[in-house]
Design a protein around this ligand. Structure first.
Ligand SMILES: NC(=O)c1ccc[n+]([C@@H]2O[C@H](COP(=O)([O-])OP(=O)(O)OC[C@H]3O[C@@H](n4cnc5c(N)ncnc54)[C@H](OP(=O)(O)O)[C@@H]3O)[C@@H](O)[C@H]2O)c1
Length: 286
């Protein structure tokens, strides 16, 4: 089954972007992108579609239609889409995951805006750069984080519940796999939780017990529900700055929107859309 698009002639001014995910119903991306279309004065629509894995190839074919800007991909499609596209950006190829598909003249390019989205969110909070960073997790989000931080010159250690996955990630993308006991925590200036620990679980932490970090360290939790995770709570109690993943969510959307439309909409528009309603539902970044 393909993507059912409105029956519009190709010269129609209304442009479309989609989210393909399964589930997709709770996504906050439509609110962010609708706000961006309105801000940029572009006549556009953004629709979240539940696309089961078996239907992804047909859904991707549908993106080649005139009037379609592209799509965001979220769980479980970020990796499966790699083989369905014409081109991949260097970031998407290295990370091995696509969260943004860009349509130009019938060709589809896969990009990953999670990685630059994280760096932009870290820059917004003046997170230290170039020091020792620890990434917790070894799934798709951790891959984007390690790629981003290594590219930005951080020394990266990767700690994951399943150590072998941290080792595989380090071998592929750089950084060094570590056990919690072997990390020199007092020298860590950036801690990124890219694991699912804490998601919908206010009492769960990926770093338990919490350990003191360098005094100016920032703790960045990609999880944003609850808005303050246990990791953030304990970091703040230790006198450290801690942020949830809403900034990254907004920036990855901003970068996707810019790739589709060329419009550089301020991140505040995306953050405003997220703040305007109920708390965002986790959706793996898109
Ligand atoms: N803010 C954003 O824009 C943004 C973007 C992308 C993702 N995210 C969030 O990032 C998180 C990870 O997403 P993902 O796509 O990488 O998921 P994923 O591919 O399923 O990976 C999950 C990772 O979390 C680890 N993990 C799961 N439960 C854990 C626990 N109780 N304790 C310790 N480690 C645990 C897993 O360890 P094992 O290897 O041992 O299974 C694995 O490394 C999700 O919460 C997602 O919502 C946020």
């Amino acid at each position: 089954m393909g993507v059912s698009l409105p029956d519009r002639p190709s010269f129609c001014a209304v442009q479309h972007a989609f989210l393909f995910a399964d589930p997709a119903a709770h996504s906050r991306s439509p609110e962010m992108h609708r706000a961006a279309f309105a801000h940029a004065g572009i006549s556009g629509e953004y629709t979240a579609r539940r696309v089961p894995p078996a239907e992804l190839p047909a859904a991707v074919v549908g993106l080649r239609q005139p009037g379609v800007l592209g799509a965001n991909l979220s769980l479980p499609h970020k990796t499966a889409a790699l083989s369905l596209l014409d081109d991949l950006t260097p970031a998407a190829r290295a990370i091995g995951a696509v969260n943004t598909v860009i349509h130009r003249g019938g060709r589809l390019t896969g990009d990953n805006t999670d990685a630059p989205g994280l760096l932009a969110a870290l820059a917004d909070v003046d997170a230290p750069t170039g020091g020792l960073s620890v990434v917790l997790g070894a799934g798709g989000a951790a891959r984007a984080a390690v790629y981003a931080l290594v590219s930005a010159g951080h020394t990266v250690m990767i700690v994951n519940r399943t150590h072998a996955r941290a080792q595989a990630l380090a071998a592929e993308l750089g950084g060094r796999a570590a056990w919690p006991e072997t990390v020199p925590w007092s020298a860590v200036t950036l801690l990124v939780n890219a694991s699912s620990a804490g998601l919908d679980a206010p009492d769960e932490s990926p770093l338990s017990p919490f350990v003191p970090l360098e005094a100016r360290a920032v703790v960045y939790d990609m999880v944003y529900r609850p808005a303050e995770t246990r990791l953030m709570r304990e970091a703040r109690a230790a006198g450290l700055r801690a942020e949830n993943g809403l900034g990254m969510l907004a920036h990855q959307a901003r970068l996707a929107f810019r790739a589709w439309t060329g419009a550089d909409v301020p991140v505040g528009v995306f953050l405003g859309a997220l703040a305007g309603g109920r708390m965002p539902q986790p959706e793996g970044g898109a």
